[in-house]
Design a protein around this ligand. Structure first.
Ligand SMILES: Cc1cc2nc3c(=O)[nH]c(=O)nc-3n(C[C@H](O)[C@H](O)[C@H](O)COP(=O)(O)OP(=O)(O)OC[C@H]3O[C@@H](n4cnc5c(N)ncnc54)[C@H](O)[C@@H]3O)c2cc1C
Length: 416
């Protein structure tokens, strides 16, 4: 391999921190440089709404890799700089400090940013979003025993934040505009389980509640809703989704389809520009559709595909998506994607216990599994999805029948 080749990675988070060292291990002999608009070495983002917010983990404990890994692999990281444009004709990356860097291969791992809410008062002191460490650090001084938090949005980030703030003994209200929490990502039965658990843990969950304004004199005082209700607040945290950071790619003429469009080798429509993680969309061969994922699994697995491609070892991306969410003593592990399901099968006691699993079927085909405190079901569920055999709902529900016994003897082909 040409030792003078220059690889630049834009962004330094889950995808980049996987890519750079793996690229070196696979034999990339040229330079590897990461450009980050944050001020920290790549860190695990999931604890921001979990153990970091609850004061259980520090930044040092959240670093994805130790500083030595980058040093030993001769990977440079420029922090606090933003890439502002890509000059594809001259193969140059332009930065906001005026520098222009030449590249042979460019990898875009710019991730996603929070979706902002456009209502009066959203810029008041005490109103926050949660995407990065800076956000979490600013939130911390507003937390504390008996303070009142209003969380706008009943998705995973909102609910994890609620659980973390309850650990700090705060009074927590979650406001959700839709008729139920987690509505877009899970079955009503699973959402009901999480609603009930949060209520048992002391969180007020209000659905069908549309926020119209945040009020206060300089600092937040309350959240006003269309229903006329008014929720007092010392702090407001907004978690209403994210938007992929595709502008840099779009302005450079790369194809966008709800994310930077990449092929199975993580290549864009420019042979010298690749992309990975939350900012991309790809065709998933298991579900046979184009998709953009927001998960650590996808960021890491796609980054490994980039490393292979850059080293000339073409290996298509065909991983089963999986996610997790930690709330209180609950570990929810999700294998696959449930969109398009026609039936669900519940294995275990969803109404009276804190461990069970829910299987999502499209006719007799298993699409996804939500496993709560049931790691075995999660692991076996992944394998059952990948095998793609027709499933019997009665057998899945019957806890006397071992899931392992439902696995066919044929080997699984995709990367689970
Ligand atoms: C609070 C929270 C909790 C989460 N919990 C979970 C979980 O439990 N499980 C799970 O699977 N996933 C979880 N996620 C999602 C997961 O963190 C993301 O899927 C993952 O971070 C994606 O990694 P990435 O490298 O693609 O992008 P990102 O992590 O978004 O990183 C992109 C980086 O690029 C930088 N950047 C963007 N544009 C530029 C530019 N022009 N120049 C320089 N730098 C730039 C950004 O600032 C950022 O540092 C959570 C996310 C958050 C915020």
């Amino acid at each position: 391999m040409e030792s003078k080749q220059r690889c630049i990675i834009i962004g330094a988070s889950h995808a980049a921190a996987q890519l750079a060292p793996v690229l070196r291990q696979r034999g990339w002999a040229g330079t590897i440089s990461m450009i980050s608009n944050e001020y920290y070495l790549p860190y695990h983002r999931p604890p921001l709404s979990k153990d970091y917010l609850a004061g259980i983990k520090s930044l040092e404990q959240m670093l994805i890799r130790s500083p030595e890994v980058y040093r030993k692999s001769n990977i440079s990281i420029s922090m606090g700089v933003t890439a502002t444009s890509i000059d594809r004709a001259n193969k140059q990356l332009i930065l906001d400090d005026g520098a222009s860097l030449e590249y042979d291969k460019l990898v875009i791992t710019t991730g996603a940013r929070v979706r902002k809410i456009d209502i009066p008062g959203s810029d008041l002191k005490g109103v926050f979003y949660l995407r990065n460490l800076n956000n979490a650090q600013k939130i911390k001084p507003f937390t504390g025993s008996d303070k009142r938090a209003v969380i706008i949005g009943g998705g995973y980030i909102g609910l994890e934040t609620a659980a973390a703030l309850r650990k700090l003994n705060m009074q927590v209200t979650v406001l959700e505009a839709l008729p139920g929490i987690l509505q877009r990502v899970t079955a009503p039965e699973v959402a009901d389980f999480f609603s009930r658990t949060h209520r048992e843990e002391g969180v007020e969950i209000v659905t069908n509640e549309q926020v119209i304004a945040i009020t206060g004199d300089k600092k937040v005082a309350s959240v006003e809703c269309l229903s006329g209700a008014d929720y007092p607040a010392d702090i407001v945290i907004i978690g209403i989704g994210v938007i992929p950071n595709v502008e840099l790619a779009a302005e450079a003429g790369l194809h966008i389809d709800n994310g930077i469009k990449v092929d199975e080798y993580a290549r864009t429509n420019d042979v010298d520009i690749l992309a990975a993680g939350d900012c991309t969309s790809h065709f998933n061969p298991i579900y046979q559709r184009q998709m953009r994922l927001e998960s650590v699994q996808n960021a890491q697995d796609q980054a490994s595909v980039v490393a292979n491609t850059l080293c000339g070892k073409l290996k298509p991306y065909a991983a089963l998506p999986w996610f997790w969410s930690d709330q209180y003593d609950l570990k929810l592990q999700i294998a696959g994607l449930c969109q398009g399901y026609t039936d669900i099968v519940i294995r275990g006691d969803i109404k009276g216990s804190r461990h069970f699993s829910v299987f999502y079927l499209q006719e007799d085909k298993l699409l996804a599994v939500d496993a709560v405190n049931s790691p075995q079901e999660f692991m076996l569920g992944k394998r059952l999805i990948l095998q793609g055999n027709s499933m019997d709902a009665g057998q899945l529900a019957d806890e006397n029948i071992a899931l392992r016994g439902l696995l066919a003897s044929s080997p699984v082909t995709a990367n689970a």
